[in-house]
Design a protein around this ligand. Structure first.
Ligand code: SF4
Length: 134
């Protein structure tokens, strides 16, 4: 099963200043990766977070010149909740690798058809953080 490509905000404040290039690199880093259940990944170019970054499996929010990365957002069921901050102030050169590693941990440790949010509850936020060798 393949991961979904990246969903992005509208870059209303300008593609360059809101990191369109970073979003493209991010998309390349995760496109087509095989995962236990399709993932939802969102990118927002500023803290308004119109790209629904906090409701996606992995969400990225650009804040000034760096990026905050959130995981585990859930919009469905009574367990709906916001994504949790897993890494902050990530530079643009490291961002694709960070997100790629999160997907790889899920690839390796997720059970067949286990949603990412369920995987994260079972695996643990701290355990995931420990796996990110950045
Ligand atoms: S997240 Fe920021 S840059 Fe992107 S559409 Fe919303 S307000 Fe505009």
């Amino acid at each position: 099963m393949q991961s979904k490509n990246l969903a992005v905000c509208n870059f209303c404040k300008g593609a360059e200043s809101e990191g369109l290039e970073a979003a493209r690199e991010l998309d390349k880093a995760i496109a087509g990766m095989s995962v236990p259940f399709p993932m939802r990944v969102g990118y927002s170019g500023c803290p308004n977070a119109c790209g629904e970054s906090l409701s996606k499996d992995i969400g990225i929010v650009k804040i000034k010149d760096t990026f905050n990365v959130y995981v585990g957002g859930e919009t469905k069921t009574l367990n709906a909740s916001s994504g949790k901050l897993i890494m902050e102030k990530v530079t643009s050169d490291l961002l694709p690798g960070v997100v790629n590693q999160i997907v790889k941990v899920y690839q390796k440790n997720g059970r067949k058809r286990e949603r990412f949010s369920h995987f994260l509850k079972r695996f643990g936020l701290d355990a995931l953080r420990n796996e990110l060798a950045i």
